[in-house]
Write a protein that binds this ligand. Structure first.
Ligand SMILES: Cc1cc2nc3c(=O)[nH]c(=O)nc-3n(C[C@H](O)[C@H](O)[C@H](O)COP(=O)(O)OP(=O)(O)OC[C@H]3O[C@@H](n4cnc5c(N)ncnc54)[C@H](O)[C@@H]3O)c2cc1C
Length: 379
């Protein structure tokens, strides 16, 4: 007989696993299908930034109207970072969560003006970003280049250890009694009376409700039940440097280009910011050397010490992205019981809250963070 669960989750990245954890803790019988290894895609290869403020490159690219339309999402991110802060205790493992703040640094007056405008919009939505002149910036972050004339400091941002997050979460999910099938891609989903039938490489399963947490592949999964989702996969890369003396407590961004820069708990530099990786024949990813060089040059311009640190490796993965950066979270229209759990671009930051809200949705109770104005499904 085909096995039946209350909830089947497609995707064993952080969003799928956090959803599974919170659902199992509220008493649901949950099965997770993961095509490869849990966390082997974006959730295990991201830069570990805990983002809150509106991302500067998108603010400049899309403008103030976009920023106001996106800004309710900051409430969701703020709640998620709160969950991250308690996650080491919750999961029983040190995830090196640290929220010493994030700084966008500027080297021109025009960049400072954009930081000021962005900060005003963030304040309208309850997020404080302090605009700093050069001396305040140097006092806060003396490791920054003296060429930087100021910046915007968001005190609630930070970082967590990507490499430890999924394994710790996976342990907790297993302990909570979730049935996890790794190396088990879902091949098809059909709607049937009372729920869904899932065809996998490990046999057929039935579930009353389905959560689509397939990250960059989510549109493909949604199309199995006739749902169209405006989300695509984008190949990204991150560079990891050798451990060096701890000098950078913050999450650093540059107003001059795409950059995130931080130090891991072992002192290793993690440099990213959304630079594209190279797609190999067959679909695998490789480091794009031109983007690697540009990313590192930007990092060294902002923090000169970066120039003398050796690179040890590069991580690449497909990130789930939407054109307007808005999340797609909620029950799919026309397919009751089929939920979309898709937080684009900064899904590491948002994963715990996405899982929490998915558990609320499935239980049909008030949402921990109401999705109106946040998810495109609640406009
Ligand atoms: C290089 C890089 C750097 C990043 N840096 C940051 C950062 O610093 N901060 C931040 O907040 N965010 C960052 N992100 C984004 C973040 O990592 C992702 O948004 C987040 O991990 C998405 O989690 P997820 O669980 O939704 O998706 P994923 O981690 O992609 O998981 C989806 C899972 O679904 C599985 N799957 C797909 N199809 C099927 C199928 N048919 N059957 C079963 N399983 C399937 C996949 O194998 C995958 O494991 C970065 C992303 C990348 C790639």
């Amino acid at each position: 007989m085909t096995k039946r669960h209350d909830v089947a989750i497609v995707g064993g990245g952080l969003v799928g696993l956090f959803s599974a954890l919170y659902l199992a803790r509220q008493g649901a019988s949950v099965v997770v299908f993961e095509a490869g290894d849990p966390g082997a895609e974006a959730s295990g290869a991201n830069a570990g930034s805990l983002h809150l403020q509106i991302q500067y490159p998108e603010f400049v690219k899309f403008g103030e109207n976009w920023a106001r339309a996106y800004a309710p999402t900051l409430r969701f991110l703020a709640g998620s970072i709160e969950l991250w802060k308690g996650m080491s205790d919750d999961l029983g493992e040190d995830l090196a969560v640290s929220t010493k703040g994030g700084i966008v640094v500027a080297k021109t007056d025009a960049q400072m003006r954009a930081i000021e405008s962005k900060s005003r919009i963030e304040a309208e939505f309850g997020v404080e970003t302090r605009v700093l002149g050069q001396s305040d910036l140097q006092r806060l972050a003396p490791y920054l280049s003296k060429k930087m004339i100021g910046g915007g400091f968001c005190a609630d941002e930070g970082k967590a250890d990507t490499l430890r997050a999924t394994p710790a979460l996976l342990n907790a999910v297993r302990t909570a009694g979730v049935d996890i099938h790794t190396h088990t891609p879902v091949k098809d989903i059909t709607v049937e009376s009372g729920g869904f039938h899932l065809a996998t490489t490990n046999g057929a399963f039935r579930a009353t409700q389905v959560v689509n947490a397939a990250g960059a592949k989510a549109a493909q999964i949604a199309s199995m039940v006739g749902v169209s989702v405006g989300l695509e996969g984008f190949p990204l890369q991150v560079t990891v440097g050798e451990p060096c003396a701890p000098i950078i407590p913050h999450l650093i961004y540059s107003a001059a280009g795409k950059l995130t820069l931080k130090q891991a708990p072992n002192g290793g530099l993690i440099v990213g910011g959304g630079w594209a990786a190279q797609v190999r024949e067959g679909g695998g990813l490789a480091t794009n050397p031109v983007n690697f060089a540009a990313n590192m040059a930007l990092a060294a311009e902002v923090v000169p010490a970066v120039a003398s640190a050796r690179t040890v490796r590069s991580w690449t993965a497909w990130v789930n992205g939407t054109a307007d950066w808005r999340p797609v979270i909620g029950e799919a229209q026309g397919v009751p019981g089929f939920y979309l759990a898709l937080f684009p671009w900064v899904g590491f930051s948002a994963a715990p809250m996405t899982g929490r809200v998915v558990a609320d949705l499935v239980a049909a109770r008030d949402l921990t963070v109401p999705l109106k104005g946040i998810s495109v499904l609640y406009d």
